[in-house]
Structures are given as C-alpha cells and as structure tokens.
Design a protein around this ligand. Structure first.
Ligand code: GLC
Length: 806
C-alpha cells in the first residue's frame, strides 16, 4: 500500500509517508484518560469525558491541518525541526510511524539525529507518557535545545468553541518550581449556568533538567505565528521564560539543553495528564520522570492490550486481510468504541457522553471477548430506563443521564445485549438483579414535565428482565395509526428527523427491529422457563410481523416508513429514496421476510443498492431538501445518511445474507467496505486499519468510494459479529455453541479458535464441495454429533471440532 503496511504479525500498522491523505490516528487510552494521536503526533487528550474535560486543544479543522498535537521541537545551531513531522514539517531523511495496540511510536532522522518518540497511556494512571530516545549519528558533538510543547484547552470544549474569548479568562497555568512541572486549570468550571469548582488539575512535566518554562501561547509562538513557525524555536534565544499564564491562551513548554557525543544516545520522558488529587499527581510525576519506570509501564501496557486482543477468538481463512481485521483491528476498534462511544475522533465534534443505542451494540459485540465489560455496560445502560419503559438517550460520566429528546428506537437495543450476555456466560442470575428505574423530567420519553425540579432520581426498583420487558412493551404500544412504532425525532437513522415530529410518523424499520427483539426476549423467557411470558412476547412479535407484511410490503421490497401525514416513503413511487437497505436487512434479521418475499428482498438489494464500493443506505440519493423527512435529504448526495455506503448498515445486510445462507454475498458485502481491501488510497483516504462510518455513495459527483468518519462507528462491533458469528458461523446459544457457517464458495478450509464457557473449541471447517452454507457433519474429538450445536464441556480443555459442509 502506498502509505504503509501492517507489520508481519499484524499487530502494528506502519506508516512510511507522513503526509497521508487524512491524519491516520490511534487511540491511547485507559478507561479514564485518552490521548488521540496521528502519524505526525497531531491530536488531543481528554480526561473522563471528551467534552467536559478536554486537556489539550483541538480545532474543528484539524482533520485537515493535523495540528495541534504532542510535540517535541529541537534546535541545533541554526537548524530547527520537530521529532515528529508536524508541526515544523521539515522533511526528515527517515520517517516511520508505528500505530500499535495501546501505543504509537514515531522514528525519524533529522540532521543526523536519530529519534524515536513512543507515546502511550498506562493502564492505571490518568496521564500519557512520551518516551524519547535521541542518538547522534554524526561524527560531531551535537548541542541541542529541546522543547516539549502542548497547547491546553482546559475544561469544556463546547463552551470553549462558543465563548473562546471568555473561556480564556478563566485560565490559570503555572510553572511549579518545586515539582518542576507546569500545572493548568480553570479558576472555575463553566457549563452554561452550572458553575462548579475546577476540581482537577492538568499537569505537564519532563524528566530533563528544566532550563526554562513558558506557559503563554503568544510568548512561545510569536505574533501571528502558529506552531509551524514558533519564535521560541526558530529564533536564536527565542525561548523566553514565562512561568505564569493568567487569563489568556495557555501552553505547556520547557526548554532543555542536551549534549550528545558522536554515537551517543540519551533518553527522556514527558508526561501530561489530569487528575484530582495532588498526591496522585506527585506520585505520577515522580514515577514517570524515571525512564526505566516509564519503559516498564509501556511494556505492561503493550502486554495488557495484546492479552485483550489476542487471547480469545481467532480465525484463519484463505483471506489474510479478513483475518487481520477480525483477529486484531476489529477487536481493537470495538474496544475503543466501548470505551469512548461515538464522540472523540479527528472528525467528530466531541460532544462527550455515550449513546444508548451505540453502547448497547458495542457491548453486545464485545461479549465474546470480554463478557465482564458487557455486564458492567448492561447495568449502566439499564439505569437509564424509566418505569414507563422509555430510556434516556445516553449518559456522560461527568454529567449523568442525557437530558435531550431521544430517538424512538432506543428501547429495542438492550434486550439483544442482555440475551447475548446470558448466552455467552450461561449466567441467568443477571436477569433477576434488581436495578433502579430512572426518574427525570421526561414523560413517556417525549413530553417534558414542566413542574420537574432538579436532576435525575431513582424511581423504585425492578429486575433487569423487567427493565427490558418495559422497554419493548413501551415500543410495542407507542404506535401510530397503521400500528407501527412512532419514529418521533428519529430511529436508528438519526437523520430521518422530521418524519415524526408531530408525533404521528411511523417507522417500518423500527417495527422490524422490535419483532427481532421480542423474539429474542421470548427465547430468554423460555430459557428461564417462563412459558407464559415467552408466549406473550412471541404473540406480540407475530402481531407486528403481520403488520409489516400487510402494510409495509411494496411488491418487491419493504417500505421504510410513513411520515406525519401518513404518506409512505422508501417506496417504488418515490423518485428518490425508493428503497432503503435497513428495511430489507432487518426484515431478514427479524425473520419477517420469508420464502418468495425473502427472495425478492435479496434480489432488490442487489439490483438497486449494490455497487463496487458496497451497499448504499438507500437509492437514489435525495437531490434536494425533502421537508417531510428532514436532514437525511440535506447532506450532499452520497454523503453520510443521504445514501452513502453506510458501513454499519452494509454490515447488517452482510449478516442478513449469512442468515439466508448466501456466503458469497455476505463476504462481498464486508469485503467492499474493508479498509485494508481499498486499493486506491487517494480515493479512499482514511485509515486502512479501521472501518469508516461510511464510504461516499454512488450519487456523489466525484467522491464515490471515499472513506469518512473512522474509528467510532457501530460498524466495528457488527463486523466483528458478522465475521465470527455469521460468516464463520460460530454462534453462542443458551445450550451450546452453534456452528452454522455461511462462507464464500471459494473457501475450502477455515479455522476458528473459540473459547466458550470454560473450554476451547478448535474448529476446522472443511468445504470440499465449495458450498456456501449447510452443515453436513460435525465431529467433536473424533465423535460424530447430532445437529450443529456443540455441547458445553466446561472442562478447561481444548476440543477438536471438524465441520464438513455439504
Ligand atoms: C451514527 C450514529 C448511530 C446511528 C447512525 C445512523 O453512526 O452513531 O447511532 O444509528 O449514525 O444515523
């Protein structure tokens, strides 16, 4: 590939050209502190929540500029460069960036100085550490001035964007002589009228002897300059000591002097972080100013990430790219989504918090590799459910449950996550855990109680099972004239945001998703032997299924919904937005499309939505604003929800294909959106190691195939499930592990290593006849078994499974 490649073991993506088409980034993170970093060390950091506790600056145009960042400038004689390509952009004679699991390591050679800076976030401490190694490759003594540099944001990012001139007035950045560190905070924390003490402290320090500290941005950069031309670095004696910054833009920077003999190597560390207690900060500074300590923590961090990623499901297929994604990078991306949901990236605005729908899917997807994480998430998400069955749209670690109007689909998601957890672990006791209901100012999730005072409270308790029952029951009853669930402010598709604002519009997709969740809930009730409930939910599912087939069928596909005036959309009669992918894929996922209709649905998807860059979200794109539908029609054609190849939705369809036994199609649906299958990187542009939210769609006049909004997308989790559970077909059930592959005909042999309920299943899938699906025979440890569900051994042993398709 033009800009880089995977390492041999696939654990690193190695970037060899610094000017990639977009910044290609990595997330260095523990569960409280996160540092985002590009191949040129651009990026920003935050603590606990990316909106309310932004540590360093990020500008909305940084996906283009790739600045600001985490920089170390060097000046020797009259030459100056940065150890990373940004921000000075002096061409190094050698430059390689390794994005690894939990670290990013950048090698460069500038003016005969070989350097490596390795950035990571240790597992326990609320900070990031940069370990720098410098080697003099010349025959002359080098006298270097070294300047580590960051620009602080401090506090709430949204307030900063809106009130830039005012927010600075709260800044207080100081060099502390005793700790030899720079401390930054705001005099108070402003969030609207909610003013709180700024209870934590940002800190920045280096292990080198401090010869000067500058905390004022303009003093470092010079008038009208940016990081690209800082006076402090480019001018002789340009660095001035300014140990105090009060009420203006604050930075952290130091001046160090270093001498390197020919061949000599020196190492130092830089640490940046934010936390509450001064005693913790002192401890962190003391520890990480020791290079040996920092290196040991780096090794620990690498090991933790490798164990998380490698020590679980592993696949081997004839497609190495598919394996690389499934075994390493999809898991890693799914972890990042679980940690930070949909907010911080190089593209997103970073509004903070975690969404309900997104978190349900992320935590379902990770259950096969980290059920404990799923469990914690389930409790957190369930705490957002109200007694009436509605759900708050998400939460923020610093601000509590979200207070805005939720989309109408939230209710359907948690059931499948809970079922996945129970199937994975066999732990049915989770269903009877008593949890609080949420009481806030929302009535039935739609109207605001104007008499409500104060924040969220507890509203009595119910079991987890009761919580999810309430969720689905609300959705079942909250229907419009035709009997489909109302779409309200939107459903999965955030951008169909005007079809139901009068609270009449209905969503056929949501009806389908509800059917799927009700059927899964019925299975759960069956598992705990509650036949009454099982039958009740099956009946409700059947009622809705029938409605979809009666009123939602359009002759060759399912329609998408009805607007506030009862007018249908996603139908043959529409000139634009005729056929929507989700209304087809979910008809399959829910078991609604059967026999002839199933055939028609699959054929229509292929005919109208498929293309060389994957499956479009719908077709054709809207060419102008459709008032009755909303923002979906306002994005320029082929971008985002206006008929892009929306990878999350394309993956739903991959699963639908696999469920229908169409292995070739399932694989094709995934392959076309795989980041490491993209050949023309000048077109695709985004990282080749993580999935994008979407590829620009076919109706765009010149960008069809361009990747957009990488990393934080439900695509990651669903693709991991599609690959392992549906294409390779190794699927958890209440009573064992189902083997039901749907693979391309050309795959003659594949392997899956699957730890499950205390044993490891070493599964070999043989496909001598080139089938796409259909298990003919299974042997376990040499013995033939009936059916295709592997028994639970729970014996800590490895069992050899041979599956023959035929
Ligand atoms: C984004 C959101 C996701 C939503 C999708 C479609 O990916 O994170 O929740 O379903 O857009 O609007």
């Amino acid at each position: 590939m033009k800009y880089g490649h995977f390492s041999k073991d696939s654990l690193e993506y190695i970037i060899t050209k610094p000017e990639t088409p977009y910044p290609w980034i990595n997330y260095l993170t523990n569960d409280a502190y996160c540092s985002i970093i590009s191949q040129c060390a651009g990026g920003y950091s935050f603590y606990r929540d990316c909106r309310t506790n932004r540590v360093t600056r990020w500008h909305p145009e940084d996906y283009h500029l790739d600045r600001s960042g985490k920089y170390i400038f060097v000046r020797e004689n009259k030459k100056a460069y940065s150890l990373t390509y940004q921000p000075l952009r002096v061409k190094p004679s050698h430059y390689v960036c390794h994005h690894g699991l939990g670290y990013t390591s950048i090698d460069a050679v500038n003016n005969g100085l070989k350097s490596n800076v390795t950035y990571f976030v240790p597992e326990k401490d609320h900070c990031e550490v940069w370990i720098a190694t410098l080697t003099n490759q010349t025959k002359k003594i080098k006298k270097l001035e070294v300047f580590p540099y960051v620009e602080f944001l401090i506090g709430d990012y949204h307030e900063e964007l809106r009130y830039r001139n005012i927010m600075n007035l709260y800044n207080l950045v100081k060099f502390d002589k005793k700790e030899k560190a720079i401390f930054a905070k705001k005099t108070a924390k402003w969030q609207g009228m909610n003013i709180q003490p700024f209870s934590s402290q940002i800190f920045f320090a280096s292990s080198l002897k401090v010869d000067g500290a500058c905390t004022q941005k303009e003093a470092f950069l010079g008038r009208y300059n940016s990081e690209e031309k800082p006076d402090a670095v480019l001018k002789e004696n340009g660095f001035k000591n300014f140990p105090l910054c009060s009420g203006e833009d604050g930075i952290g920077s130091f001046k160090h002097t270093l001498t390197l003999k020919p061949g000599e190597t020196k190492e130092f560390t830089v640490v940046l972080g934010q936390t509450e207690k001064m005693s913790d900060i002192k401890e962190i500074l003391k520890n990480y100013k020791k290079v040996s300590y920092a290196k040991a923590e780096l090794r620990k961090t690498e090991k933790i990430w490798q164990d998380r990623i490698l020590d679980n499901i592993e696949i081997k297929t004839p497609d190495k790219d598919f394996d690389t994604m499934t075994n390493v990078w999809l898991k890693y991306q799914t972890y990042i989504c679980n940690l930070w949901s949909r907010s911080p990236s190089f593209f997103h605005e970073g509004s903070g918090g975690r969404g309900y729908r997104d978190s349900c899917q992320d935590s379902e997807a990770i259950v096969s590799i980290n059920p404990e994480l799923t469990k914690q998430k389930i409790f957190k998400i369930a705490s957002l459910i109200r007694r009436d069955g509605t759900s708050a749209p998400g939460w923020s670690e610093t601000d509590g449950p979200h207070k805005f109007l939720p989309n109408k689909d939230h209710q359907i998601w948690l059931t499948t996550t809970v079922a996945a957890y129970v199937k994975e672990t066999g732990d049915k006791s989770i269903l009877s855990v008593k949890l609080s209901y949420l009481k806030d100012r929302w009535i039935k999730g739609w109207k605001i109680d104007s008499s409500w005072k104060g924040g969220a409270k507890e509203d009595g308790k119910g079991t987890l099972l009761e919580h999810i029952e309430a969720n689905l029951t609300f959705c079942f009853n909250d229907v419009g004239e035709k009997g489909f669930p109302k779409i309200g402010h939107a459903d999965w598709n955030d951008a169909i945001d005007a079809a139901g604002i009068k609270h009449k519009g209905e969503s056929v997709w949501l009806a389908q998703a509800l059917v799927r969740s009700l059927r899964i809930l019925a299975e759960l009730c069956d598992f705990i032997d509650d036949k009454k409930k099982k039958n009740k939910y099956l009946k409700m599912a059947d009622v809705m299924d029938e409605r979809v087939n009666k009123k939602g069928w359009d002759g060759d596909w399912y329609v998408r919904g009805f607007d506030d005036n009862g007018q249908v959309y996603g139908t043959k009669k529409d000139k634009e937005g005729k056929i929507y992918l989700n209304a087809q894929s979910w008809a399959v996922l829910a078991g609604i499309a059967k026999d002839d209709r199933l055939k028609k649905v699959l054929a229509s998807v292929d005919k109208y939505l498929n293309g060389p860059h994957g499956l479009a979200l719908f077709a054709p794109a809207y060419s102008s604003w459709v008032k009755r539908l909303g923002r979906i029609s306002m994005f320029s054609e082929g971008t985002k929800e206006n008929a892009a190849v929306f990878c999350h939705a394309a993956t739903f369809m991959a699963v639908a294909y696999a469920m229908s036994g169409k292995g070739d199609k399932a694989y094709e649906a995934v392959k076309r959106i795989m980041p490491n299958k993209q050949e023309n990187m000048e077109l695709y542009r985004t990282e080749p190691y993580v999935f994008a939210e979407y590829l620009v769609g076919p109706q765009n006049p010149y960008r069809y195939g361009e990747g957009a909004f990488t990393w934080i997308t439900g695509t990651a989790g669903w693709n991991f499930m599609a690959a392992t559970e549906w294409i390779l077909g190794v699927r958890r059930e209440f009573n064992g592990l189902r083997i039901d592959p749907s693979i391309p005909r050309s795959w003659k042999k594949c392997f899956v290593r699957r730890p499950f309920r205390g044993s490891v299943y070493a599964i070999e899938i043989q496909n001598p006849k080139g089938k796409q699906s259909g298990v003919k025979k299974i042997t376990v440890d040499g013995e033939k078994i009936e059916g295709n569900v592997l028994p639970i051994f729970a014996d800590k042993k490895t069992h050899k499974v041979i599956v023959t398709l035929g």
